[in-house]
Write a protein that binds this ligand. Structure first.
Ligand SMILES: [Mn+2]
Length: 441
């Protein structure tokens, strides 16, 4: 993977990272749709000429260059952090005047893709080394943890313990009842704020730092943060970032990390059970479009190492209590269709919890029942939270990206599964959601 001169290789990584930063983090209105067409990095890695192109007239061109120059300092800072470069080169932006520019673009995009993959391999190698060389770890995952958050946390935690590392598993909330069958879940300590020092803090499945809650508010206690995630929106808030939005689950990335740390892959049945659960949940039991051949190969290996699909699915999906089944019955009576049958809506009110003796924690898979209706592209579950707020859980087939819908309301998630909070009466909330979904259908 790392052929060619060092400066070329580093140059490619820098280029990939700048284009990612421009896309995700730089909000300067002067910078429009810029294409990075090439980079010349000096052999001592101190100076970089970055070649750019963008659509527009001479004025646009000047503005774009000004915008890029004024954010060069920011870009250098982020490059140093993300790529862990000893010397971050001075960045000099130049207009690409090459006549064959148009022809080159598609080629350049392919190269960028390759160098991004190279950067991902590079990050994986660095994190594997960091893990080998560190002794104390604290691992956590996001608020309202799901199977991937807990499966990834536990899979990695059990693996590191097995390596003889000192590992604390901490979460701001207790493990939900549904996931107590996961091996090692009893090791997770409920901890609102961490007060102990650790060399490495690992966050699994957190789209941004706020998802961790208050656990790391005393940031100085942690030497280095590793961010392992597959949310598209993750901007890379760790000191090291293992990010892959194409991964079906964070647990899949943890599997790759374990393979990088230990080529012999000492994955026990307990570790396999955790990682399998993470992948199972985040692929909607292999119903979603993210169920790729790669994912199924990982899953096959996990089963070979002792994960039991029958046992796990029984624990996850066949443990309903009578009150939960009655709640399902109540919720099913509320199902209605909208937008010519392409959207289904289901509502759970606080009154229903009272009647059936359940809580919001008992609603986890209800939305899938709304989604099982023939012809439905998007299924919505609205859960009442107090007098005038609803938590919306959105599920989609591959036509609509519900993460984008949820983002409009300040929420987020994945293309197939996302959530957000919306204020209003049920009718108002439905109307607002439907008007946004209509744009995507
Ligand atoms: Mn996940």
């Amino acid at each position: 993977m790392f052929l060619g001169k060092r400066s070329e290789r580093v140059g490619e990584m820098i280029l990939a990272e700048i284009s990612r930063l421009l896309l995700r983090e730089v909000k300067d209105p002067r910078i429009g749709f810029v294409t990075l067409t090439g980079i010349d990095l000096s052999d001592d890695l101190r100076h970089a000429k970055v070649y750019i192109s963008a659509l527009g007239d001479e004025g646009t061109k000047q503005k774009t260059l000004q915008g890029l120059s004024s954010c060069a300092g920011f870009l250098r800072g982020r490059l140093g952090r993300e790529l862990r470069l000893r010397y971050v080169p001075e960045l000099d932006f130049h207009w690409d005047t090459s006549i064959a520019h148009g022809v080159r673009i598609s080629h350049v995009i392919d190269e960028l893709k390759e160098s991004r993959e190279a950067a991902a391999v590079f990050a994986m190698t660095q994190v594997a080394e960091l893990i080998q060389n560190s002794q104390s770890f604290v691992i956590t995952s996001h608020i309202d943890p799901d199977g991937d958050a807990l499966g990834g946390l536990l899979g990695l935690g059990l693996f590191l313990r097995q390596m003889g590392k000192q590992v604390a598993l901490k979460h701001v909330q207790p493990v939900p009842e549904t996931y107590r069958f996961l091996p090692g879940s009893e090791l997770i300590e409920v901890c609102p704020v961490n007060r102990e020092p650790y060399q490495v803090g690992i966050m699994v499945d957190c789209g941004d730092m706020s998802r961790v809650g208050t656990l790391f508010q005393e940031r100085h206690l942690i030497g280095t943060f590793i961010n392992i995630d597959h949310h598209e929106s993750n901007g890379g808030f760790g000191d090291y970032n293992l990010l892959d939005p194409k991964a079906a689950a964070s647990s899949e990335i943890v599997y790759r990390l374990i393979s990088a740390v230990d080529p012999g892959k000492a994955i026990t049945a307990d570790i396999a059970t955790n990682l399998f659960t993470g992948i199972l949940v985040d692929t909607g039991s292999f119903h979603y479009g993210n169920t790729t051949p790669e994912v199924l190969m990982v899953v096959a290996d996990l089963v070979a190492r002792g994960a039991s699909p029958a046992g796990i699915t029984r624990n996850l999906y066949e443990q309903r209590s009578l009150p939960q089944l009655r709640l399902l019955g109540e919720a099913l009576l509320t199902v209605e269709c909208a937008l010519a049958g392409r959207v289904s809506l289901m509502v759970v009110s606080e009154e229903m919890y009272r009647q059936t003796g359940t809580t919001a924690g008992d609603t986890e898979d209800l939305v899938n029942f709304a989604g099982s209706l023939a012809g439905v592209e998007v299924a919505i579950l609205l859960k009442q939270k107090g007098t005038a707020q609803y938590k919306a859980s959105l599920r989609a087939k591959d036509r609509v990206n519900v993460a984008l819908v949820a983002e409009r309301f300040g929420g987020g998630g994945h293309p197939n599964a996302a959530g957000c909070h919306i204020d209003g009466t049920p009718e108002e909330v439905k109307a607002r959601l439907l008007s946004v979904i209509q744009e995507f259908l």
